[in-house]
Structure formats: structure tokens, C-alpha cells
Ligand binder design. Structure first.
Ligand code: ATP
Length: 260
């Protein structure tokens, strides 16, 4: 007679917890995207496969069985973007390139509570002016400068941050006004940078590419982004794939001060 071993080790608990964390992580990455629908579709196909198998419907079983046997390969193709995002999320904290960032965390720990308001002033003033004049702008605040990521599409500047420089970059006649400015450690690193677009379906209908790019970069990295809408003059703040819309200058200052 077959006997079952029901003993439960601590490692099993850790195993289950880790699987739960990974599943939650994957869910939060694909929540609100088209990937959820694809996942539901795949789940349905699997349920149908189990049913036709149970009822011994040979032809359908072999058709669905064939589909499922190449399923793992199909999953990689279909979820290419999500897998990439997932790996970036995991890797971004342990990247060798982040040695400077890790060092800055250590240094910042000691300077905990440091108030960045003085450094933020030119940014807030520029955003206020651009908001008034309905000048479209997209500012990314990254914790470290990933050259391959930001420099490949943008124009390398590496300049001290100033209100007038920001405003002149986003002037409609400026050759650099299209795309994003990337700011690291209160220095303008690049301008005219092309960012990944968010494919979230939960975003307001009036959000165009500028807002999608701001949300996109905050989804795939730990950068935050500020948008000044050309259409409405409203300021929005994107972090971790979420967006605070139509915020005041004071709120923008608070959010940036808390993040940077
Ligand atoms: N992938 C991208 N990365 C960075 N900037 C982008 C990207 N795609 C578009 N943009 C910027 O967004 C501008 C187009 O904005 P669009 O009108 O589509 O956006 P919006 O979200 O409706 O913003 P607005 O309220 O300012 O009109 C482009 O001129 C360009 O500067």
C-alpha cells in the first residue's frame, strides 16, 4: 500500500511564500496590461484541454495537447515584454553598474533627511513657467545614469541644472525639445531621450505619448518622471507605473523631495 509523507519542513513554507511573492510580482507587473487578457485566454485553453481529456475526446485532446506542448515556447514569445520588464526589475538592484548608486545609498544614509528643496528650486520654477505657457516637457529623475539605456537615444549634455536651461531645452523651436530630459544627481545628463512607452490599459484616454513615456520609464526602472502637458499645462508625476495627475507646484516639490 502506498504511503504519503505529510511532513512539512520550514523550507516548504519558504518555498510556498517565495512562489506567492513571485506570482504577486508577476501579477503587479502585468496588471492593467493586455497581458492579463492573454493569460486568461491561455488559462481557458488549458481548462478546455483538461475537460476534453477527461471526456476522452481524442481529436480535441490531441489538438489542444499539441498546443500546450509548445506552450512554454509560446509563453516566452507572447510575454516577451513582460519577461523583460520582470528581469529588469530583478536585475536593477544588483547590477554591477550600480556600484556608484550603492555607494550613494550608503552616503545618503548618513545624510538621511537631507532636504533637497534648494536643488529642486530651478526644477519647480521651470515646471511652473512651462505649465503657465503650456510648454510640453518630460523630465526623468534617475538614481544612476545607465549610459546604454539613456544615451543611445538622446543627446548627451552633462550640464548643471538651471531653470533657464530646462526652459530653453523644451522651447518648441529647440532641436532638443522632443523627448525627455534625464536628470541624475541634479545634473542634466541627456535631452531628447526616447523612453519606453507604457502599454497599460488603465490610463486616462487623454493621455498621449508623453504621459505614456513617463509612466513607461517608471515601470521598467526606479526612475520617476514629471510631465508638463502641452495641451492643458497640467503637471503630472509618475512613479512605479502610477501617476499623480494635475498636481500643484507645492505637491511636486513634496513628491520630488521625498523621492530624490
Ligand atoms: N517614447 C517617447 N519618449 C520620450 N518622449 C516621447 C516619446 N513619445 C513621445 N514623446 C514626446 O511626447 C510628445 C507628444 O506628446 P503627445 O501630445 O502625444 O502626449 P500627451 O501625453 O498628450 O502630452 P500633452 O498633454 O503634452 O499633449 C512628442 O513630441 C515627444 O516630445
Amino acid at each position: 500500500m502506498e504511503s504519503f509523507d505529510f511532513s512539512f519542513r520550514l523550507l516548504d513554507v519558504i518555498d510556498i511564500l517565495l512562489v506567492a511573492v513571485i506570482l504577486y510580482y508577476i501579477y503587479s507587473l502585468i496588471r492593467g496590461t493586455i497581458a492579463v487578457n492573454i493569460l486568461i485566454g491561455l488559462g481557458l485553453i488549458y481548462v478546455i484541454f483538461l475537460l476534453v481529456q477527461q471526456f476522452n475526446m481524442h481529436l480535441l485532446t490531441s489538438i489542444f495537447g499539441g498546443f500546450i506542448s509548445v506552450g512554454s515556447l509560446a509563453l516566452v514569445v507572447v510575454f516577451q515584454q513582460e519577461i523583460r520588464r520582470f528581469l529588469i526589475h530583478i536585475g536593477k538592484n544588483i547590477s554591477v553598474k550600480r556600484k556608484n548608486y550603492l555607494w550613494s545609498i550608503f552616503v545618503n544614509k548618513r545624510a538621511a533627511g537631507r532636504d533637497n528643496r534648494m536643488h529642486l528650486k530651478p526644477i519647480i520654477d521651470a515646471c511652473r513657467n512651462m505649465s503657465k505657457s503650456h510648454t510640453g516637457a518630460l523630465l526623468v529623475f534617475a538614481k544612476y545614469f545607465d549610459e546604454e539605456y539613456y544615451q543611445s537615444s538622446g543627446e548627451y549634455i552633462d550640464a548643471e541644472l538651471s531653470k533657464r536651461l530646462l526652459e530653453s531645452i523644451f522651447q518648441k523651436n529647440s532641436p532638443l525639445h522632443d523627448g525627455a530630459v534625464v536628470i541624475v544627481d541634479f545634473k542634466i545628463k541627456t535631452a531628447s531621450c526616447v523612453l519606453p512607452l507604457s502599454d497599460s490599459e488603465d490610463l486616462p484616454l487623454h493621455f498621449g505619448l508623453r504621459h505614456r513615456a513617463a509612466i513607461g520609464v517608471s515601470e521598467v526602472s526606479d526612475a520617476v518622471a514629471v510631465v508638463v502637458s502641452e495641451e492643458t499645462g497640467e503637471i503630472s508625476f509618475a512613479k512605479d507605473g502610477n501617476v499623480n495627475m494635475n498636481i500643484s507646484h507645492e505637491e511636486l516639490e513634496e513628491l520630488l523631495n521625498a523621492t530624490l
